[in-house]
Design a protein around this ligand. Structure first.
Ligand SMILES: Cc1ncc(COP(=O)(O)O)c(C=O)c1O
Length: 315
């Protein structure tokens, strides 16, 4: 698996350190590199595991670079450049960021990171980088650099979350000490096979990324159409208004051939006004936080529903 990752990413095997999901790498590396006396910088908001591990597991001081909704959560490069010169032990950049989706283009980020003092390690989490387009990863740059580490989860963009596969890509000198504390077979054989197979099929995944990128637009359109359908007496979210009602609907863009599969694919269950009643296909705890727990039906029915949804996701 290491050799395949290295070949596909254009780096050497010594630049790759595998992990049982990136959570394993986050816990293992940050605990190894940092202590309670360390100082780290994270974006705010960003993927919550970083604050948890740094503050609660490592127990170090964490500063936050606030991102504002008004600016669409864009990371201000000048502010980031200034913060990178502040002598942090570790700076964590999730790029594209989660949950905001804001992305720093590779070229801009590389030129910014070139000037970072060697004492500051920069951890770039590229879990979602494929959604930003091809050629946006900093893996090759990290392999050549003194202090940049790319953390790549294969959970999301290769749909392998249950398999638990991830890796770090960095200069060999940065990975040496971590390699010594990595257990043999940290990624199981079935997971390695799945990862290798996934990496050998870039065209399949490129088509999936294009689909995913398009999904929010499709959902917006479907919701828009559902609202219109409810105003015009077509009260079921899943129903399709007659063809003449599509005419002249500039605000919804060109008509979809059939809006029905779109909300179903997203697990969207809307009321007559196109408002969500309940989202079925979320990501467990986060989804329940966003929409409230599913409290309909008996406990057994809910368990059965959840199992069915999980199975559908794996299909
Ligand atoms: C930005 C980011 N990094 C890392 C992870 C953890 O992924 P893994 O399944 O590889 O532990 C997630 C999972 O949601 C994530 O969103």
């Amino acid at each position: 698996m290491i050799e395949t990752i290295a070949r596909v990413r254009g780096v050497n095997s010594e630049n790759i350190l595998p992990g049982g999901g990136s959570s394993d790498l986050i816990f293992r590396s940050l605990r190894h590199w940092l202590g309670p006396e360390s100082h780290a910088l994270i974006l705010d908001p960003t993927y919550g595991e970083y604050a948890h591990v740094l503050e609660r597991v490592v127990g170090c001081t964490v500063d936050r670079l606030p991102l504002s909704r008004r600016d669409h959560y864009a990371v201000d490069l000048d502010r980031l450049a200034a913060a990178l010169r502040d002598g942090y032990d570790l700076v964590v950049l999730v790029n594209p960021n989660s949950p905001t989706g804001a992305h720093l283009p590779r070229e801009a980020l590389e030129s910014l990171l070139t000037g970072v003092p060697a004492m500051t390690r920069v951890w770039v989490d590229e879990t979602y980088v494929e959604y930003a387009g091809p050629g946006e990863s900093l893996e090759r740059f990290a392999a050549r650099s003194e202090n940049v580490v790319v953390c790549k989860s294969m959970s999301k963009v290769y749909a392998l979350s249950g398999a638990r596969v991830a890796y770090l890509c960095a200069g060999a000198h940065q990975l040496e000490a971590l390699r010594a504390i990595t257990p043999p077979w940290v990624v199981s054989l079935p997971a390695q096979l799945a990862a290798v197979r996934a990496l050998q099929d870039p065209d399949y995944y490129a088509a999936r990324y294009a689909e995913t990128k398009n999904l929010p637009r499709e959902v917006r359109r479907a919701t828009c159409l559902a609202r219109r359908a409810s105003r015009t007496g077509h009260s079921q979210f899943h129903s399709r208004p007659p063809a003449h009602e599509w005419a002249g609907r500039r605000d919804c863009g060109p008509p979809l051939p059939d809006a029905k599969p779109v909300p179903a694919r997203c697990g969207f269950d809307g009321d007559a006004n196109g408002n969500p009643r309940r989202a079925h296909r979320g990501q467990g705890r986060g989804d329940e936080r966003a929409h409230g727990p599913d409290i309909s039906g008996s406990v057994e029915e809910r368990d059965l529903n959840r199992r069915k949804q999980r199975e559908q996701r794996f299909d």
